[in-house]
Ligand binder design. Structure first.
Ligand SMILES: Cc1cc2nc3c(=O)[nH]c(=O)nc-3n(C[C@H](O)[C@H](O)[C@H](O)COP(=O)(O)OP(=O)(O)OC[C@H]3O[C@@H](n4cnc5c(N)ncnc54)[C@H](O)[C@@H]3O)c2cc1C
Length: 378
């Protein structure tokens, strides 16, 4: 192994190792543990300073309700202090705001999550069901026929794990899948995001606007959503079109101030205390999403442009389905793998159509590269 690290002497055996303990990984581990499998859930960010950082991806649509019920997670979910999400307002295709309310949604309202709390609660459920949770980085996966080894590193020590199955739930990094299949990127979308905290001494109730606001601009688009800690604001654009001003809190505030509608949501909030963070936000697809001994779930298999607001829901769905598929394979039903691939293909096809349709609604800036590229993609 690289980097002069020592290797732990004992190779541990699990029936499945789940790499990544975001929503997809936690639910995959939960499903496997409930099926009675010896499962290890590994994540590199469950402790330490990175775990305390704001995690972007905060709005859960109403359709999550039946799934959370089915997974037996509803009671824990409602006990946490997530905010209601009542719909979306969009300035998209015209300068005016158009609304879509959850009022008539059969599942009721959605949620603006305390994302760290949400992810931790899913991990807790997996552990309560019997999964073993470990803080470590997955560094390598080697497969030769039925000899499958996963190497994880913690505090400089590399450990070798033997497991017939690994679930890649490492998000867009797809640490295992990228070596087993082809990753196709949809475009070069990036997000700069910042938290506008509640001003010191203010009551949270002051801002009662619980609808997400999306606003298209010539260089891309912005969105803002209320979250328990304040207001999350993000700017989406292509990697080669990024504005350097967005790297500082002052520049981010100034650029947000040029929007027509979004800026009005920031009244009464303190400016971001830290520099905005940048993260990839493009669609991504792993083909195939599974093979003998490995399966990808969540963003590792299929990541969406955040305009869809479907990433977490899809991570929960695919995580549960991946866990179930691994259990079936361990029971001697390998056909489950192709059913999983078909399931993901259906989701990917629907996403592609919705994405093309959504971007086709905006034609005010066709000369600008950001929109010109998307009209071609559509
Ligand atoms: C700007 C932006 C806004 C978004 N907004 C929304 C939204 O409003 N609603 C929505 O539904 N979705 C949204 N999303 C998408 C959503 O955040 C993701 O789809 C979701 O987090 C995917 O869950 P996951 O479990 O697949 O991956 P993740 O949540 O990314 O979890 C992956 C885990 O794997 C761990 N990991 C990675 N590599 C390793 C390794 N080598 N070893 C060990 N562990 C590892 C990571 O630390 C992490 O904990 C947004 C995304 C972006 C970029």
């Amino acid at each position: 192994m690289s980097g002069g690290t020592a290797r732990a002497p004992v190779a541990e055996r699990f029936e499945a190792v789940v790499a990544g303990a975001g929503p997809a990984g936690a639910v995959a581990a939960l499903t496997l543990a409930r099926a009675g499998r010896r499962v290890l859930l590994v994540d590199d960010r469950i402790g330490g300073p990175e775990a305390a950082q704001l995690k972007v991806g905060e709005t859960l649509p109403p359709a999550a309700r039946p799934l959370l019920h089915d997974l037996g997670l509803w009671a824990d979910f409602t006990a946490d202090a997530h905010l209601r999400s009542t719909g979306t307002l969009a300035c998209w295709g015209s300068p005016e705001l158009h609304g879509r309310s959850h009022l008539f949604d059969p599942n009721g309202h959605g949620w603006h999550l305390d994302r760290r709390r949400f992810d931790a609660s899913l991990r807790d459920a997996a552990v309560a069901a019997g999964a073993e949770l470990r803080q470590a980085t997955v560094v390598k996966y080697l497969a030769h026929g039925t000899d499958r080894r996963l190497f994880i590193r913690h505090e400089g020590l590399v450990e070798e794990l033997h497991s017939p199955w690994v679930v890649d739930a490492t998000g867009r990094r797809a640490v295992i899948g990228r070596g087993q299949a082809v990753r196709r990127r949809q475009d070069r979308l990036m997000a700069a995001f910042a938290l506008f905290p509640h001003p010191a001494g203010s009551g949270r109730a002051a801002d009662e606007e619980l609808r997400t606001l999306v606003e298209a601009v010539p260089q891309g688009w912005w969105y803002t959503a209320r979250i328990p800690a304040g207001r999350l604001v993000a700017h989406l654009t292509d990697a080669d079109l990024t504005d350097p001003a967005l790297r500082t809190p002052q520049g981010f505030l100034a650029r947000a101030g040029r929007t027509r509608h979004l800026r009005t949501r920031l009244a009464g909030y303190a400016p971001p205390a830290t520099a905005p963070r940048w993260t990839p936000a493009h669609g991504l697809r792993l083909t195939p999403p599974a093979g003998p001994g490995w399966i990808a779930a969540g963003d590792a298999a299929l990541a969406f442009d955040p305009l869809s607001s479907q990433g977490i829901l899809t991570a929960l769905h695919t995580g549960a389905r991946a866990g179930h598929t691994v259990d079936l394979c361990l029971r001697g039903t390998p056909e489950a793998l192709s059913a999983y691939t078909t399931f993901l293909t259906r989701i990917a096809d629907a996403y592609r159509d919705h994405h093309a349709h959504a971007y086709a609604q905006e034609h005010r800036w066709q000369a600008h590269p950001f929109w010109r590229r998307r009209s071609r993609l559509g």
